[in-house]
Design a protein around this ligand. Structure first.
Ligand SMILES: [Zn+2]
Length: 290
């Protein structure tokens, strides 16, 4: 198998150009990805391999905002071992690299040092691993040298006081060096972080998960993060087994998808191997991709 393609998909959202960068592939247990949904139902949407894993993406969003480049999530980065990448089926090496994310930023006509703001939906390794990079001297530093980084304060606290259930998802070298470098801003609740870019708390996957709402010239787009990781997760009860508060996810989805449907938002999927974005429809029974 190879990492999902294409590397780069671009479009307009209002006055802005936005780029969906497929920062790599990832293969996770299909049962864990769909929680209580039985396999005969989910495998019709995404087939499983011989180890019961399904192909996922790790899509990041690059927004050409008037105030500078805004990047939402950073994939898995390049600090982990080959063994780790094999366990999670991560294929995110760049050509020339070091990561597919960096290749995608360059394919969009930019450089990592042009990024001025990095938003993390949350700090799990497949969303925040590319926040930092290991320098030739072995030290871990911010991967975007001129950027400020932002995450919910509650998520930073959650990530830095792990327990046995969540510890495997949070690696301090993905976020502690940002704090030490003084480039990480911790915010609380809903906040317009730059004009038209709103951090929207969407709890459930983790207690302080956030999605990102883009509003420009009458158009609205929402980077959902792990609230709705793929288009197959649009039906309300299709919730990941990884979520720490699945019933909170359910109510967050109910609230958010109602708005997305009523207001015609473009929704953007982080882990979908095929669909970068689309509009939400409701056929009278369940939400789906229009
Ligand atoms: Zn996550």
């Amino acid at each position: 198998m190879t990492a999902p393609q294409p590397l780069l998909e671009s479009r307009r959202v209002g006055a802005w150009t936005v780029h969906a960068i497929q920062a790599g592939g990832q293969r996770l247990d299909g049962g864990a990805m769909f929680g209580v949904v039985p396999k005969p139902l989910w495998e019709r949407r995404i087939p499983a391999d011989e180890r019961n894993r399904i192909q996922l993406g790790m899509r990041c969003l690059l927004v050409e905002h008037d105030s500078g480049l805004v990047l939402v999530d950073t994939g898995a980065g390049a600090k982990e071992t080959e063994k780790f990448h094999a366990i999670y089926g991560i294929e995110n090496a760049g050509r020339p690299g070091p990561t597919a994310l960096e290749d995608g930023i360059r394919a969009a006509g930019h450089r990592p040092e042009d990024v001025s703001l990095v938003i993390s939906t949350h700090l799990h390794f497949d969303h925040a691993g590319g926040n930092t990079a290991r320098a030739p001297d072995g030290r871990v530093r911010p991967a975007f040298p001129r950027a400020r980084y932002v995450v919910q304060a509650g998520e930073y606290a959650f990530a830095t006081t792990p327990n046995e259930r969540i510890a495997a998802s949070y690696f301090p070298h993905n976020f502690v060096p940002l704090r030490e470098a003084g480039v990480l801003d911790l915010v609380e609740g809903e906040r317009e972080i730059v004009a038209g870019v709103r951090l929207l708390p969407t709890p459930g996957h983790v207690p302080h998960h956030q999605s990102v709402l883009l509003s420009s010239a009458g158009e609205t787009a929402c980077f959902l993060g792990d609230l709705v990781p793929t288009a197959s997760h649009l039906p309300l009860p299709w919730i990941m087994g990884y979520d720490v508060e699945p019933l909170v996810t359910l109510e967050t989805k109910r609230r958010l998808l109602e708005r997305a449907h009523a207001e015609g938002w473009l929704v953007i999927f982080e882990h979908d191997a095929v669909h970068a974005w689309g509009r939400v429809e409701h056929d009278g029974k369940a939400y789906g991709l229009a």
